[in-house]
Design a protein around this ligand. Structure first.
Ligand code: NAD
Length: 356
Protein backbone atom coordinates (compact mmCIF):
# COMPACT_ATOMS: atom_id res chain seq x y z
CA UNK A 1 0.00 0.00 0.00
CA UNK A 2 1.18 3.59 -0.65
CA UNK A 3 0.80 5.78 2.45
CA UNK A 4 0.54 9.43 1.41
CA UNK A 5 1.19 11.54 4.49
CA UNK A 6 1.90 15.23 5.11
CA UNK A 7 3.97 15.89 8.20
CA UNK A 8 3.61 19.21 10.01
CA UNK A 9 6.28 19.38 12.75
CA UNK A 10 5.21 22.88 13.92
CA UNK A 11 6.82 24.61 16.89
CA UNK A 12 8.71 23.85 20.10
CA UNK A 13 9.03 20.10 20.72
CA UNK A 14 6.82 19.42 17.64
CA UNK A 15 9.80 18.79 15.31
CA UNK A 16 11.55 16.61 17.94
CA UNK A 17 8.58 14.27 18.48
CA UNK A 18 7.41 14.11 14.84
CA UNK A 19 10.93 13.27 13.61
CA UNK A 20 10.80 10.21 15.87
CA UNK A 21 7.21 9.34 14.91
CA UNK A 22 8.20 9.50 11.23
CA UNK A 23 11.10 7.10 11.93
CA UNK A 24 8.60 4.64 13.41
CA UNK A 25 6.29 5.04 10.40
CA UNK A 26 9.23 4.44 8.03
CA UNK A 27 10.26 1.33 9.98
CA UNK A 28 6.69 -0.03 9.90
CA UNK A 29 6.48 0.53 6.14
CA UNK A 30 9.80 -1.21 5.61
CA UNK A 31 8.89 -4.21 7.77
CA UNK A 32 5.35 -4.67 6.41
CA UNK A 33 6.14 -3.90 2.75
CA UNK A 34 4.40 -0.53 2.29
CA UNK A 35 5.57 2.55 0.43
CA UNK A 36 5.68 5.84 2.35
CA UNK A 37 5.18 9.09 0.46
CA UNK A 38 5.99 11.65 3.18
CA UNK A 39 6.00 15.42 2.62
CA UNK A 40 7.16 17.98 5.21
CA UNK A 41 5.33 21.32 5.44
CA UNK A 42 5.21 24.25 7.82
CA UNK A 43 2.46 25.32 10.22
CA UNK A 44 2.23 27.60 13.27
CA UNK A 45 4.95 29.99 14.42
CA UNK A 46 7.60 28.71 11.99
CA UNK A 47 5.16 29.31 9.11
CA UNK A 48 4.40 32.87 10.32
CA UNK A 49 8.14 33.61 10.44
CA UNK A 50 8.71 32.35 6.91
CA UNK A 51 5.41 33.05 5.09
CA UNK A 52 3.58 35.50 7.35
CA UNK A 53 0.73 32.98 7.56
CA UNK A 54 0.20 30.25 10.22
CA UNK A 55 -1.34 27.96 7.56
CA UNK A 56 0.27 28.74 4.17
CA UNK A 57 -1.69 27.72 1.04
CA UNK A 58 1.06 25.27 0.05
CA UNK A 59 0.71 23.50 3.43
CA UNK A 60 -3.07 23.27 3.19
CA UNK A 61 -2.92 21.97 -0.42
CA UNK A 62 -0.42 19.28 0.57
CA UNK A 63 -2.67 18.19 3.47
CA UNK A 64 -5.77 18.04 1.28
CA UNK A 65 -3.82 15.99 -1.29
CA UNK A 66 -2.74 13.40 1.34
CA UNK A 67 -4.50 10.47 3.00
CA UNK A 68 -3.44 11.64 6.46
CA UNK A 69 -1.69 14.47 8.29
CA UNK A 70 0.71 13.99 11.20
CA UNK A 71 1.06 17.12 13.32
CA UNK A 72 3.52 17.86 16.14
CA UNK A 73 2.35 20.95 18.01
CA UNK A 74 1.96 24.67 17.45
CA UNK A 75 2.54 27.55 19.84
CA UNK A 76 5.36 29.92 20.68
CA UNK A 77 5.31 32.54 23.45
CA UNK A 78 6.96 35.10 21.12
CA UNK A 79 3.59 35.43 19.32
CA UNK A 80 1.54 36.02 22.48
CA UNK A 81 1.00 39.70 21.63
CA UNK A 82 0.08 39.12 17.98
CA UNK A 83 -3.55 39.52 16.84
CA UNK A 84 -5.49 36.25 17.20
CA UNK A 85 -5.37 35.47 13.45
CA UNK A 86 -1.58 35.79 13.40
CA UNK A 87 -0.91 33.38 16.22
CA UNK A 88 0.36 29.83 15.62
CA UNK A 89 -2.83 28.28 17.07
CA UNK A 90 -4.96 30.01 14.36
CA UNK A 91 -3.25 27.80 11.75
CA UNK A 92 -4.25 24.61 13.55
CA UNK A 93 -7.86 25.71 14.08
CA UNK A 94 -8.16 26.55 10.38
CA UNK A 95 -6.60 23.23 9.37
CA UNK A 96 -9.05 21.24 11.53
CA UNK A 97 -11.95 23.12 9.91
CA UNK A 98 -10.63 22.64 6.36
CA UNK A 99 -10.18 18.89 6.87
CA UNK A 100 -13.84 18.58 7.92
CA UNK A 101 -13.09 15.98 10.60
CA UNK A 102 -16.20 15.67 12.79
CA UNK A 103 -15.01 12.89 15.12
CA UNK A 104 -12.20 13.29 17.61
CA UNK A 105 -10.87 10.05 19.06
CA UNK A 106 -8.87 10.14 22.29
CA UNK A 107 -7.74 6.78 23.65
CA UNK A 108 -6.97 6.58 27.38
CA UNK A 109 -5.00 3.41 27.99
CA UNK A 110 -3.09 2.63 31.16
CA UNK A 111 0.27 1.05 30.41
CA UNK A 112 0.93 -1.22 33.43
CA UNK A 113 4.51 0.11 33.71
CA UNK A 114 3.07 3.59 34.32
CA UNK A 115 0.54 2.80 37.04
CA UNK A 116 2.76 4.88 39.37
CA UNK A 117 2.10 8.08 37.36
CA UNK A 118 -1.70 7.89 37.69
CA UNK A 119 -3.26 10.10 40.37
CA UNK A 120 -5.61 7.19 41.18
CA UNK A 121 -4.83 4.15 43.30
CA UNK A 122 -3.34 1.25 41.28
CA UNK A 123 -6.30 -1.05 42.12
CA UNK A 124 -8.77 1.56 40.74
CA UNK A 125 -6.92 2.43 37.55
CA UNK A 126 -5.74 -1.12 36.67
CA UNK A 127 -7.11 -2.31 33.34
CA UNK A 128 -8.22 1.12 32.10
CA UNK A 129 -8.54 1.01 28.31
CA UNK A 130 -11.14 3.35 26.84
CA UNK A 131 -11.58 5.60 23.85
CA UNK A 132 -13.56 8.83 23.91
CA UNK A 133 -15.35 9.77 20.70
CA UNK A 134 -16.07 13.49 20.79
CA UNK A 135 -18.28 15.28 18.26
CA UNK A 136 -16.02 18.03 16.96
CA UNK A 137 -17.89 20.35 14.61
CA UNK A 138 -21.19 21.07 16.36
CA UNK A 139 -22.76 21.96 19.69
CA UNK A 140 -22.01 24.96 21.83
CA UNK A 141 -18.66 25.78 20.17
CA UNK A 142 -20.22 26.44 16.76
CA UNK A 143 -23.96 27.06 17.36
CA UNK A 144 -25.57 30.29 16.18
CA UNK A 145 -26.66 32.77 17.42
CA UNK A 146 -23.68 33.63 19.56
CA UNK A 147 -22.06 36.79 20.86
CA UNK A 148 -22.59 39.78 23.09
CA UNK A 149 -25.47 42.21 23.23
CA UNK A 150 -25.93 45.43 25.17
CA UNK A 151 -29.32 46.71 26.29
CA UNK A 152 -29.74 49.73 28.56
CA UNK A 153 -26.05 49.66 29.45
CA UNK A 154 -26.11 46.01 30.55
CA UNK A 155 -24.16 43.38 28.64
CA UNK A 156 -25.58 39.95 28.01
CA UNK A 157 -24.00 37.11 26.06
CA UNK A 158 -25.35 34.07 24.27
CA UNK A 159 -24.01 30.73 23.03
CA UNK A 160 -26.21 28.14 21.40
CA UNK A 161 -26.09 24.37 21.71
CA UNK A 162 -27.60 22.95 18.55
CA UNK A 163 -27.52 19.45 17.06
CA UNK A 164 -29.33 17.94 14.10
CA UNK A 165 -30.24 14.26 13.72
CA UNK A 166 -27.66 13.57 10.95
CA UNK A 167 -24.88 15.11 13.06
CA UNK A 168 -25.68 12.80 15.97
CA UNK A 169 -26.22 9.77 13.76
CA UNK A 170 -22.83 10.00 11.99
CA UNK A 171 -20.83 10.28 15.24
CA UNK A 172 -22.87 7.47 16.84
CA UNK A 173 -22.02 5.17 13.92
CA UNK A 174 -18.30 5.92 14.36
CA UNK A 175 -18.61 4.92 18.04
CA UNK A 176 -20.54 1.70 17.38
CA UNK A 177 -18.18 0.65 14.56
CA UNK A 178 -15.23 1.21 16.90
CA UNK A 179 -16.86 -0.72 19.74
CA UNK A 180 -17.34 -3.72 17.44
CA UNK A 181 -13.56 -3.90 17.02
CA UNK A 182 -12.98 -3.55 20.79
CA UNK A 183 -15.06 -4.86 23.73
CA UNK A 184 -18.50 -4.11 22.20
CA UNK A 185 -19.73 -1.53 24.69
CA UNK A 186 -20.78 2.09 24.05
CA UNK A 187 -21.52 4.62 26.80
CA UNK A 188 -23.41 7.60 25.39
CA UNK A 189 -23.02 10.66 27.59
CA UNK A 190 -25.56 13.49 27.69
CA UNK A 191 -27.60 15.68 30.02
CA UNK A 192 -31.01 14.49 28.86
CA UNK A 193 -32.64 15.29 32.22
CA UNK A 194 -32.14 19.03 31.48
CA UNK A 195 -31.28 19.69 27.80
CA UNK A 196 -33.53 19.17 24.75
CA UNK A 197 -30.32 18.79 22.70
CA UNK A 198 -29.40 15.81 24.84
CA UNK A 199 -32.90 14.32 24.53
CA UNK A 200 -32.52 14.27 20.74
CA UNK A 201 -28.95 12.94 21.16
CA UNK A 202 -30.22 10.02 23.31
CA UNK A 203 -33.09 9.25 20.93
CA UNK A 204 -30.84 9.14 17.84
CA UNK A 205 -28.09 7.10 19.54
CA UNK A 206 -30.71 4.55 20.68
CA UNK A 207 -32.07 4.37 17.12
CA UNK A 208 -28.58 3.77 15.68
CA UNK A 209 -27.96 1.09 18.35
CA UNK A 210 -30.74 -0.99 16.76
CA UNK A 211 -28.36 -1.62 13.83
CA UNK A 212 -25.69 -2.89 16.25
CA UNK A 213 -27.45 -5.50 18.37
CA UNK A 214 -24.06 -7.09 19.15
CA UNK A 215 -22.93 -3.90 20.95
CA UNK A 216 -24.15 -3.08 24.47
CA UNK A 217 -25.36 0.52 24.83
CA UNK A 218 -25.68 2.42 28.10
CA UNK A 219 -26.65 6.08 28.63
CA UNK A 220 -25.03 8.20 31.33
CA UNK A 221 -25.54 11.78 32.44
CA UNK A 222 -22.35 13.80 32.08
CA UNK A 223 -22.04 14.55 35.81
CA UNK A 224 -22.40 10.85 36.68
CA UNK A 225 -19.87 9.96 33.98
CA UNK A 226 -17.32 12.48 35.36
CA UNK A 227 -17.57 10.68 38.72
CA UNK A 228 -17.51 7.17 37.26
CA UNK A 229 -14.34 8.01 35.31
CA UNK A 230 -12.38 8.42 38.53
CA UNK A 231 -14.29 5.78 40.54
CA UNK A 232 -14.24 2.88 38.03
CA UNK A 233 -12.35 3.93 34.85
CA UNK A 234 -11.81 0.32 33.76
CA UNK A 235 -15.57 -0.15 33.25
CA UNK A 236 -15.56 2.00 30.08
CA UNK A 237 -14.89 0.87 26.53
CA UNK A 238 -16.15 3.49 24.01
CA UNK A 239 -17.63 6.77 25.27
CA UNK A 240 -19.48 8.90 22.71
CA UNK A 241 -20.52 12.43 23.50
CA UNK A 242 -21.06 15.95 22.18
CA UNK A 243 -18.37 18.61 21.74
CA UNK A 244 -18.26 20.40 25.12
CA UNK A 245 -18.76 17.29 27.29
CA UNK A 246 -16.13 15.46 25.20
CA UNK A 247 -13.63 18.28 25.57
CA UNK A 248 -13.83 18.05 29.35
CA UNK A 249 -14.16 14.27 29.78
CA UNK A 250 -11.27 13.48 27.41
CA UNK A 251 -8.90 15.65 29.47
CA UNK A 252 -10.12 13.97 32.65
CA UNK A 253 -9.57 10.51 31.14
CA UNK A 254 -6.09 11.57 29.96
CA UNK A 255 -5.10 12.67 33.44
CA UNK A 256 -6.24 9.33 34.87
CA UNK A 257 -3.77 7.31 32.78
CA UNK A 258 -0.73 9.47 33.49
CA UNK A 259 1.51 11.75 31.47
CA UNK A 260 0.41 14.26 28.86
CA UNK A 261 3.42 13.17 26.77
CA UNK A 262 1.81 9.79 26.10
CA UNK A 263 -1.60 10.85 24.87
CA UNK A 264 -2.49 10.49 21.18
CA UNK A 265 -5.46 11.73 19.18
CA UNK A 266 -7.15 11.29 15.83
CA UNK A 267 -9.63 13.58 14.09
CA UNK A 268 -11.50 11.63 11.43
CA UNK A 269 -14.71 11.64 9.41
CA UNK A 270 -13.56 14.03 6.66
CA UNK A 271 -11.60 13.05 3.54
CA UNK A 272 -8.21 13.42 5.32
CA UNK A 273 -7.47 12.27 8.88
CA UNK A 274 -5.48 14.46 11.27
CA UNK A 275 -3.30 12.71 13.85
CA UNK A 276 -1.53 14.57 16.65
CA UNK A 277 -0.29 14.14 20.20
CA UNK A 278 -2.50 15.88 22.75
CA UNK A 279 0.34 17.92 24.28
CA UNK A 280 1.38 21.40 23.14
CA UNK A 281 4.74 22.77 21.99
CA UNK A 282 6.23 22.66 25.54
CA UNK A 283 8.57 25.67 25.08
CA UNK A 284 10.02 24.99 28.54
CA UNK A 285 11.79 21.83 27.33
CA UNK A 286 12.07 22.49 23.55
CA UNK A 287 15.46 21.92 21.91
CA UNK A 288 16.83 19.77 24.76
CA UNK A 289 16.10 16.37 23.23
CA UNK A 290 14.20 15.16 26.31
CA UNK A 291 10.55 15.33 25.16
CA UNK A 292 8.50 12.16 25.32
CA UNK A 293 7.84 11.08 21.70
CA UNK A 294 5.25 8.41 22.62
CA UNK A 295 2.17 10.64 22.13
CA UNK A 296 3.31 11.28 18.55
CA UNK A 297 4.32 7.63 18.01
CA UNK A 298 0.94 6.39 19.29
CA UNK A 299 -0.73 8.92 16.95
CA UNK A 300 1.01 7.07 14.10
CA UNK A 301 -0.61 3.84 15.38
CA UNK A 302 -4.01 5.56 15.23
CA UNK A 303 -3.25 6.72 11.67
CA UNK A 304 -2.34 3.18 10.57
CA UNK A 305 -5.58 1.86 12.10
CA UNK A 306 -8.13 4.54 11.19
CA UNK A 307 -6.93 5.97 7.85
CA UNK A 308 -5.15 2.97 6.35
CA UNK A 309 -7.08 0.12 8.08
CA UNK A 310 -3.71 -1.52 8.85
CA UNK A 311 -4.65 -3.14 12.16
CA UNK A 312 -1.65 -5.49 12.40
CA UNK A 313 0.76 -2.61 11.82
CA UNK A 314 -1.05 -0.38 14.36
CA UNK A 315 -1.05 -3.13 16.99
CA UNK A 316 2.65 -3.76 16.37
CA UNK A 317 3.46 -0.10 17.21
CA UNK A 318 1.31 -0.20 20.35
CA UNK A 319 2.88 -3.48 21.50
CA UNK A 320 6.39 -2.09 20.92
CA UNK A 321 5.55 1.00 23.00
CA UNK A 322 4.14 -1.12 25.82
CA UNK A 323 7.20 -3.43 25.83
CA UNK A 324 9.57 -0.45 25.80
CA UNK A 325 7.86 0.95 28.90
CA UNK A 326 7.84 -2.50 30.56
CA UNK A 327 11.59 -2.73 29.95
CA UNK A 328 11.99 0.45 32.04
CA UNK A 329 12.77 3.02 29.33
CA UNK A 330 11.13 6.24 30.56
CA UNK A 331 11.53 9.88 29.49
CA UNK A 332 11.87 12.71 32.00
CA UNK A 333 8.10 13.30 32.34
CA UNK A 334 7.36 9.70 33.44
CA UNK A 335 10.60 8.58 35.08
CA UNK A 336 10.48 8.23 38.88
CA UNK A 337 13.01 10.27 40.86
CA UNK A 338 16.52 8.82 41.17
CA UNK A 339 16.30 7.03 37.81
CA UNK A 340 18.08 8.06 34.60
CA UNK A 341 15.53 9.21 32.02
CA UNK A 342 16.15 8.36 28.37
CA UNK A 343 16.27 10.96 25.59
CA UNK A 344 13.64 11.45 22.86
CA UNK A 345 15.83 9.62 20.33
CA UNK A 346 16.74 6.74 22.68
CA UNK A 347 13.06 6.16 23.48
CA UNK A 348 12.25 5.90 19.77
CA UNK A 349 15.23 3.59 19.11
CA UNK A 350 13.86 1.23 21.75
CA UNK A 351 10.38 1.25 20.18
CA UNK A 352 11.76 0.56 16.70
CA UNK A 353 13.88 -2.31 18.03
CA UNK A 354 10.73 -3.95 19.40
CA UNK A 355 8.56 -3.58 16.27
CA UNK A 356 7.35 -6.92 14.97
P1 NAD B 1 2.12 21.89 26.86
O1 NAD B 1 1.36 20.65 26.58
O2 NAD B 1 2.98 22.38 25.76
O3 NAD B 1 3.03 21.68 28.17
C1 NAD B 1 2.51 21.46 29.47
C2 NAD B 1 3.59 20.80 30.35
O4 NAD B 1 3.77 19.44 29.95
C3 NAD B 1 4.97 21.45 30.23
O5 NAD B 1 5.62 21.43 31.46
C4 NAD B 1 5.71 20.56 29.24
O6 NAD B 1 7.12 20.56 29.42
C5 NAD B 1 5.10 19.19 29.53
N1 NAD B 1 5.06 18.36 28.30
C6 NAD B 1 4.20 18.51 27.27
N2 NAD B 1 4.45 17.60 26.33
C7 NAD B 1 5.50 16.88 26.78
C8 NAD B 1 6.23 15.79 26.22
N3 NAD B 1 5.94 15.27 25.02
N4 NAD B 1 7.27 15.29 26.94
C9 NAD B 1 7.57 15.78 28.16
N5 NAD B 1 6.91 16.80 28.73
C10 NAD B 1 5.88 17.35 28.04
O7 NAD B 1 1.04 23.01 27.27
P2 NAD B 1 1.26 24.57 27.54
O8 NAD B 1 2.56 24.79 28.24
O9 NAD B 1 0.00 25.02 28.16
O10 NAD B 1 1.32 25.26 26.10
C11 NAD B 1 2.53 25.58 25.41
C12 NAD B 1 2.16 26.05 24.02
O11 NAD B 1 1.57 24.99 23.28
C13 NAD B 1 1.16 27.21 23.99
O12 NAD B 1 1.56 28.11 22.98
C14 NAD B 1 -0.15 26.54 23.63
O13 NAD B 1 -1.02 27.40 22.95
C15 NAD B 1 0.34 25.44 22.72
N6 NAD B 1 -0.56 24.26 22.64
C16 NAD B 1 -0.68 23.67 21.44
C17 NAD B 1 -1.44 22.52 21.30
C18 NAD B 1 -1.49 21.85 19.96
O14 NAD B 1 -0.66 22.15 19.09
N7 NAD B 1 -2.40 20.93 19.73
C19 NAD B 1 -2.09 21.96 22.41
C20 NAD B 1 -1.93 22.58 23.66
C21 NAD B 1 -1.15 23.74 23.77
Amino acid sequence: MVLKVTMLPGDGIGPEVTTEAARVLEAVCERFGHELDLKHKKIGGVAINEFNDPLPVDTLCSCLDSNAVLLGAVGDPSFDNHPVNFRPEAGLLRLRRELGAFANLRPALLFPALAHSSPLQPRVVAGTDMIIVRELLGGLYFGEPRGADETAGRQSVINTMRYSEPEVERIARIAFDLARKRRSKVTSVDKANVLECSQLWREVVARVAADYTDVKLEHQYVDACAMALVARPASFDVIVTENLFGDILSDEAGAIVGSLGLLASASIGGPVGLYEPVHGSAPDIAGRGIANPLGAILSVALMLRHTFQLEREAASVEKAVSETLDAGYLTVDIAPENTRPVSTVEMCDQVIERLE
